[in-house]
Write a protein that binds this ligand. Structure first.
Ligand code: ARG
Length: 216
């Protein structure tokens, strides 16, 4: 194996990493906000909102993210909605992620023992107060680690955006493969970059999780 290409091409990997990180951060951020709304719809008592949110979640989780990306990037322009490439990538990733986040939030809230709500209500709290001071703080303990996980998943899934020409780690790796005529080694570099990103993040999440466990 010959990694001597690295000194000449490291900028490709650096820029790719920057774009991958940027893309993932924007996508989790928007995905979490969207997902929160969807989970509220799913948790609400309104049948209509329940159905809308369920359909949204099932369709997004039941179709490949590549198809969703292509629909956003190639499909929307025919409807007159033309997005810059990077924005299309963020949109596809964040919409996809929102469906998963919605389920994470719903499951996290519903996992709080229902005795907690009953106890809060019997102490005279309104159900909104109980939600705010009792249920949500406890639900957060279930939700936060899973959201960290979603971030890790997105870093890896974001490699799909190379298909529409966003210069992320994977796209730039392919450029290096082509330029150097080395089909293999650049991929090892890409794998190492992704691994460093996800491993660091997962160690960081473990730390936060342990911190939260202390208060139990
Ligand atoms: N690989 C899956 C697909 O092609 C996407 C999974 C996305 N997962 C997530 N937690 N955002 O559909």
């Amino acid at each position: 194996m010959d990694f001597s290409f690295f000194s000449k091409y490291y900028m490709f990997f650096l820029i790719g990493t920057k774009n991958t990180v940027l893309l993932s951060i924007c996508s989790v951020f928007i995905g979490v906000i969207l997902g929160l709304f969807i989970s509220l719809m799913k948790l609400s008592k309104s049948k209509v909102l329940n159905i809308i949110s369920s359909v949204y979640i099932e369709i997004l989780r039941g179709t490949p993210i590549l198809v969703q990306l292509f629909i956003v990037y190639y499909g929307l322009p025919t409807l007159g909605i033309e997005l810059p490439t990077f924005a299309a990538g963020i949109m596809a990733l964040s919409i996809n992620s929102s469906a998963y986040v919605a389920e994470i939030v719903r499951a996290g809230i519903q996992a709080v023992d229902k005795g907690q709500m009953e106890a809060a209500r019997s102490l005279g709290m309104s159900s909104n107060m109980a939600m705010r001071y009792i249920i949500i703080p406890q639900g957060l303990k279930n939700i936060l680690p899973a959201l960290g996980n979603e971030f890790i998943v997105l870093i890896k899934e974001s490699s799909i955006v190379m298909m529409v020409g966003i210069p992320d780690v994977m796209y730039n790796t392919n450029i290096v493969r082509g330029n150097t005529f080395q089909p293999f080694e650049p991929l090892i570099v890409a794998a190492i970059i992704y691994f460093i990103l996800t491993f660091t993040l997962s160690k960081f999440m473990n730390k936060i999780e342990r911190g939260m466990a202390v208060s139990d």
